[in-house]
Ligand binder design. Structure first.
Ligand SMILES: Cc1cc2nc3c(=O)[nH]c(=O)nc-3n(C[C@H](O)[C@H](O)[C@H](O)COP(=O)(O)OP(=O)(O)OC[C@H]3O[C@@H](n4cnc5c(N)ncnc54)[C@H](O)[C@@H]3O)c2cc1C
Length: 442
């Protein structure tokens, strides 16, 4: 849509001099990261022969010296090719070659004699279209570049963040036998993504999020990963919704600079994370309350539920991170935590952010090594059963919570000077953990 609308974009790799990037090239080119066709396989009780179609690529052992075949169930991300072509216009050519490559690797696995352990494995699924790593990058008023990622720059109009290494691949992928399939340049911490990289510099009201944002090829090598793409999507969706509610014709301009804080605070309220930006929502009544609890651990002071941060900030995230846990932790169950106001408040909406073990990988994958680390059940830290009391009256009770962020909107506002969360059970651990409590008037 951006292309059809005439939005400015670029394709390929920049010269080092253009954005002062030492990972840039001596001269710019039009090459990109390649695409891949993935496959999945399954182990059977009996031997599973594989007869390759005549048209597959035939591989030699030497071609895999930098591309280890260390599992069979989830294909090979390094089965990459086509970055030297136009990944949009030449997609059909790339697709055919990738299919030759994917099935050629499987033929090698099954029939070269180098992988006897694969004898009982058979293909389960083969991708029909290439997984595309890179194509156009649209241009916004700002272009994210290598330096700001390495320095962890915090932009005033930050609406998303990233932290994946600069993950560069040779465009010709598997043909580059002598080159490693990826090069990771690790970052010292997280970096921010400004809203100015997420809308067009020349087409009004056109946002973008994902691998198509305004970034150099080198910066894109980090921003392109799924979780980073997803938080940009939330930022852009929220920005568009706020602007639309305000009936602003000029969505992007509307946010700079006066409305930026409102957008950032809305994102935090919806459980987004923004580096070094805390909850300062003037409508949140919890911020004026005194906090007490039945018990609290040494590092889990009750008052942390209103400190404006909703996750631990280990110092490895960056110089701004304070190593704090930012959550209330009781020492036993059941447990309660209470907000008290000097004067009664009208309360209609109550928010909780529970601990869901964000530090542990939780991802759906066909890869066994990834799945081995995943707790395939509600995360043990998560609060399972709880009650909400306003001036000692139970207004809500939940027995099977599965969510980190819960919002309870009461049918009618209640006037009260005390709000208590009573935690009855978790999904595993022996104490309650809560990152944040918010309360709102009608
Ligand atoms: C093989 C491979 C392995 C990867 N491994 C990882 C990994 O381990 N971890 C990780 O985080 N990231 C990984 N990535 C990168 C990551 O998956 C992508 O960068 C990311 O998913 C891009 O998301 P996106 O929403 O920007 O683009 P896409 O996911 O490509 O979404 C764009 C969507 O737009 C649709 N579309 C295109 N044109 C039109 C049109 N004209 N009209 C309507 N719809 C259209 C497409 O069909 C597509 O659904 C990998 C990528 C590949 C290819």
């Amino acid at each position: 849509m951006g292309f059809e609308a005439g939005a400015d974009f670029r394709v390929g790799r920049e010269a080092a001099t253009e954005f002062n990037e030492d990972l840039g090239l001596a001269a710019s080119d039009h090459q990109t990261l390649g695409s891949s066709i993935m496959l999945t396989a399954r182990k059977y009780e009996s031997p599973q022969p594989f007869v390759a179609p005549l048209w597959v690529r035939r591989f030699e052992k030497s071609e895999f010296k930098l591309r280890p075949i260390d599992s069979y169930e989830y294909g090979y991300w390094w089965a990459e090719w086509g970055g030297q072509l136009d990944t949009i216009k030449d997609n059909a050519v790339i697709r055919h070659e990738l299919l030759r490559i994917a099935l050629g690797i499987w033929d090698y696995v099954k029939n070269s004699g180098e992988h006897p352990g694969s004898s009982h494995w058979a293909l389960d699924w083969v991708g029909a279209v290439p997984g595309k790593r890179e194509s156009r990058r649209f241009l916004g008023p700002h272009v994210l570049k290598q330096g700001v990622l390495l320095q962890g720059t915090r932009f005033e109009d930050a609406v998303a963040y990233g932290g994946w290494p600069l993950d560069l691949h040779p465009p010709s992928g598997i043909d580059a036998v002598e080159e490693a399939p990826c090069r990771h340049i690790h970052l010292d911490g997280l970096y921010t993504i400004p809203l100015r990289c997420l809308y067009s510099r020349n087409v009004r009201n056109l946002f973008f999020a994902g691998r198509n944002i305004s970034a150099t090829h080198v910066a894109f090598a980090s921003t392109r990963v799924m979780a980073t793409c997803a938080v940009m999507g939330q930022a852009v969706g929220t920005a568009a919704a706020l602007a639309s509610a305000a009936r602003s014709r000029e969505i992007a301009a509307h946010f700079i600079p006066a409305e930026m804080m409102r957008l950032q605070q809305r994102l935090l309220r919806d459980d987004a994370f923004l580096l070094d930006i805390k909850n300062s929502d003037p409508r949140d009544l919890a911020r004026q309350a005194t906090v007490s609890a039945s018990t609290q651990s040494k590092e889990g002071a009750a008052a942390q539920v209103t400190d404006g941060v909703t996750r631990p900030l280990p110092s490895r995230l960056g110089s701004w991170a304070d190593d704090g846990l930012h959550r209330w932790a009781s020492t036993a169950l059941p447990a309660w935590i209470e907000l008290t106001w000097l004067a009664s408040q009208q309360i209609q909406e109550i928010h909780f952010t529970f601990d869901s073990g964000l530090e542990r990988e939780l991802t759906l994958s066909a890869h066994d090594a990834t799945n081995d680390k995943v707790v395939r059940a509600p995360q043990p830290e998560l609060v399972q059963a709880y009650e909400i009391l306003l001036d000692d009256v139970v207004v809500c009770s939940v027995s099977q919570n599965l969510l980190r962020k819960r919002i309870h909107r009461l049918e009618n506002p209640v006037t009260a000077s005390r709000l208590r969360l009573r935690v009855l059970a978790t999904h595993g651990i022996d104490h309650a953990r809560v990152f944040e409590i918010r309360a709102y008037a009608p």
